[in-house]
Every structure is written in C-alpha cells, then in structure tokens.
Design a binder for this molecule. Structure first.
Ligand code: HEM
Length: 135
C-alpha cells in the first residue's frame, strides 16, 4: 500500500473518534455477536483495557500496511499471542473480525465510501495474513 493510501486509511480511523465517538466500542458490540464462538473467548476480558489495546493494534496494522518496521514488530507480538500455543485463535475467525470492523467503520466514519473500504480491506487483509500465518 502506498504512503498516500495509508494516510487515507489513518485519517478515516481518526474520524471515527471525533466528538466522543469510539469505533472500538461499536466494533466489539458487532464482533461479539458475529459468530457463536466469539463471545466465549472474551469471558474473562477487561474490556476497558482490551479496547485500548485494540485501538493500538489497529494502528499497528496500518503501520504494517505502509511497510513500517515498527508496525511489523508490533504485529509480531499479536501473531504470537493469538497462535495455537497461546490464546488459540483459529484463522477461520479473522473474517468475522474483519467484517465487524468494516461495519463499525462504515457507521462511524462520515466520509466512508467504497473506495475507502477497498483500502481498509487491503490493509486489514495484509495484517490478518501476517498474524494468521503464525497460527
Ligand atoms: C487482525 C486481527 C486482530 C487484532 C489486530 C487483534 C488484536 C488484539 C490485541 C492487541 C490484543 C491484546 C494483546 C494481545 O493479547 O496480543 C488481543 C487480545 C485478544 N484477542 Fe485479538 N486481535 C485480532 C483478532 C482476534 C480474533 C479473530 C479473535 C477471535 C475471537 C481474537 C480474540 C482475542 C482474545 C480472546 C484476546 C485476549 C483477551 C483477554 O485478554 O481476555 N482476536 N487481540
């Protein structure tokens, strides 16, 4: 992804936090109901903390998409934490994560459009492939 494309996606993400909105809240509402197995994996989760971590995690995905080493370093941690030996997130669940995030973004970014969605998909799929390859 070019720097300019990455900039467009980052600006989209920023717009989702304007005026007290928080796209991460909406993301978890959608994600936890997107597949019958998912809520159970977050039974013991402190969501205040988790939401902050995920906001950071999405920023890592965006940095990784533009080829930054810091982005890769940060996704490497998520790759390990989500693998079979740790929280054990099977690769088949990532599509629910992606579609939940796209839905939340489409609701919270007032400038969301199809072109932007394609850029988001490009960035997310690239990050997901990296993480899920470590399963
Ligand atoms: C690209 C997609 C994803 C990203 C960027 C992401 C990011 C994160 C981050 C940053 C954390 C906290 C730090 C860590 O444990 O590494 C976390 C924890 C977690 N994630 Fe993910 N995640 C993704 C996909 C998923 C999927 C598909 C599931 C499936 C249900 C999932 C389930 C969990 C669980 C259960 C935790 C631990 C929560 C706890 O501490 O109780 N994640 N994730």
């Amino acid at each position: 992804m070019t720097k300019e494309d990455a900039r467009l996606v980052k600006r989209s993400f920023s717009r989702c936090f304007i005026g007290g909105k928080n796209v991460i809240d909406r993301f978890y509402d959608i994600f936890l109901h997107s597949h019958p197995d998912i809520a159970g994996k977050f039974k013991h989760t402190d969501f205040i903390q988790q939401k902050l971590l995920l906001r950071q995690g999405i920023n890592c995905i965006l940095m990784f998409a533009e080829g930054s080493y810091a982005g890769e370093f940060c996704l490497e941690e998520i790759k390990v934490s989500h693998n079979k030996k740790h929280i054990n997130i099977h690769p088949s669940y990532y599509v629910y994560w992606r579609d939940s995030l796209l839905k939340a973004l489409s609701e919270d970014d007032p400038e969301y459009n199809q072109e932007l969605e394609q850029l988001w998909i490009q960035a997310i799929d690239y990050g997901i492939k990296f993480i899920a390859d470590g399963y």
